[in-house]
Design a protein around this ligand. Structure first.
Ligand code: NAD
Ligand code: NAG
Ligand code: NAG
Ligand code: NAG
Length: 415
């Protein structure tokens, strides 16, 4: 476990360090004595500055104590696509945020952006830890005073889950159990859980309501469903406030271009439709392949429900505000409006301005024709509706970030 935190040292076994600002010195070039003396002096000065910047030695960490009027949220997976946007929104709304992520899929660059936007002590800390490490997770909970947990950390690609199911049961189901146990042990009473429409499988009736039976058809959906079941069983004898949000297809990024979606290049083949659109627009892949044009839908291609990440994180904040001890709320987060793959492709062409090559191919086994949500429950109970989602606009915003970040966040992927 390694803590990357501007304001304090996390524990004996972890070290605080400052992001950026230090130049690399080529050791081969400093052969003369004057140079060496100068180097030693500079290093000493640097150490003193770093010690001064770290208030650990005299001030207690603001993260370790409850503070009236301040809600401290643990955001797991906060270096990832949705988690980073959620952390940003929480920080803007004056929440105190601790991000735990092991950067296996997330980006240190996203953390750095957030730290630059919210540098004040007691706003944001980043703890580099694997959630599969139960001891480390317990230590984090004992050293920090969390009011709530938003649990985003997971592996999240349907295709990959069929090839490597254990990875999914481990990083989704087992890690959620670990987080829940730590919350139980340390008395943290509010959980907002990231679930997915993949837990429904292939329902016969559209739209999908929260009552639609859950019959997941791939390890990703099953692992998430099992995690939901664990949370719900635990909840029966607890006064925890639980909100389970089942997202539909998430697109878009921060409208002001500070954060974006930057999955690992090696995950491209498992990627999502928006990633494929941007990769095709950049020429990384030759074009888009639309599989299936003879579905019983208006234009023959599959229908999906796309939700902008800005709307999605708004649903999380509303869920957090409305969470009640001893109660559980389960909500679909979608627009209620399906859009066809053809519509998506047209929106992608328009948003990127690139005349993409599109191949229309036969159906791919396992795809279902139509999936869209019924968002009535979340509208009536949480007063949430999708305000930002607009296929063309969401893709335009995301494309602007993609174009400006050809190599993603282009910071070191590990420390
Ligand atoms: N993106 C979507 O369309 C979508 C749809 C439905 C549900 N979800 C859910 O939303 C959540 C976030 O998804 P995302 O798209 O932001 O994915 P992401 O891969 O961008 O982010 C996941 C983050 O979790 C971290 N992580 C994974 N395993 C970890 C571990 N063992 N310890 C510590 N950190 C770990 C990764 O490093 C990464 O930063 C996931 O739970 C996912 O299942 C996503
Ligand atoms: C992230 O956690 C996994 C275990 O879930 C571990 O195997 C992997 O090495 C970790 N990745 C990094 C970059 O630390
Ligand atoms: C998930 O779990 C597996 C062990 O099953 C581990 O090897 C892997 O690194 C974990 N993390 C990710 C992001 O895959
Ligand atoms: C619901 O949200 C809207 C803003 O989106 C707000 O104007 C309205 O007052 C809210 N209604 C309730 C009952 O909170």
């Amino acid at each position: 476990m390694l803590s990357l935190n501007r304001t304090r040292t996390q524990s004996r076994s972890t070290r605080s360090m400052s992001l950026g600002g230090m130049d690399y010195v080529d050791p081969k070039k400093k052969s003369n004595v004057v140079g060496k003396v100068f180097m030693a002096a500079a290093l000493t000065a640097l150490c003193i500055i770093m010690l001064k910047r770290s208030p650990t030695f005299n001030t207690p960490s603001p993260f370790a104590h409850y503070e009236p009027g301040v809600t401290h949220v643990l955001v797991t997976g906060g270096a990832g696509y949705i988690g980073s946007h959620a952390a940003f929104r929480l920080l803007k709304d004056s929440y105190r945020v601790t991000i735990v992520d092991n950067l296996s899929r997330g980006n240190l660059g996203a953390i750095k952006v957030l730290q630059e936007l919210f540098p004040e002590p007691g706003r944001l800390q980043f703890i580099y830890t694997d959630l599969g490490d139960a001891k480390a997770v317990h230590r984090i909970f004992s050293e920090n005073a969390f009011d709530a947990v938003m649990h985003f950390a997971a592996v999240a690609y349907v295709g990959e889950s069929t090839m490597d199911p254990l990875k999914y049961y481990h990083n989704i189901t087992s890690n959620t159990l670990g987080v829940l146990e730590a919350m139980h042990t340390h008395g943290v009473k509010t959980l907002i859980y990231s679930s997915t429409c993949a837990t429904y499988g292939e329902p016969e009736k559209m739209p999908i309501t929260e009552q639609t039976p859950q019959k997941p058809i791939n390890p990703y959906g099953k692992a998430k469903k099992m995690a939901e079941d664990i949370i719900l069983d635990f909840h029966k004898n607890s006064d925890m406030a639980v909100m389970i949000l089942r997202y539909f297809n998430v697109i878009g990024s921060d409208p002001e271009g500070r954060l974006g979606e930057a999955p690992r290049p090696e995950l491209r083949e498992h990627g999502r439709i928006s990633g494929a659109c941007f990769d095709a627009a950049r020429g990384i892949i030759p074009g888009l392949k639309v599989r299936g044009t003879d579905y019983k839908t208006e234009d023959g291609t599959c229908i999906r429900d796309y939700i902008d990440v800005t709307d999605l994180v708004d649903a999380h904040v509303k869920a957090l505000e409305k969470a009640k001890p001893g109660k559980v709320g389960i909500y679909n987060v979608g627009t209620g409006r399906g859009r066809s793959v053809k519509e998506f492709v047209e929106a992608c062409k328009k948003a990127t301005g690139v005349p993409l090559k599109v191949d229309y191919l036969p159906r791919r086994p396992g795809d279902y024709a139509e999936v869209y949500s019924d968002p009535t429950k979340i509208r009536t109970e949480l007063n949430w509706t999708a305000k930002y989602t607009n296929l063309h606009e969401s893709l335009r915003v995301a494309w602007r970030w993609q174009k400006a970040h050809i190599n993603g966040y282009s910071t070191p992927q590990s420390i």
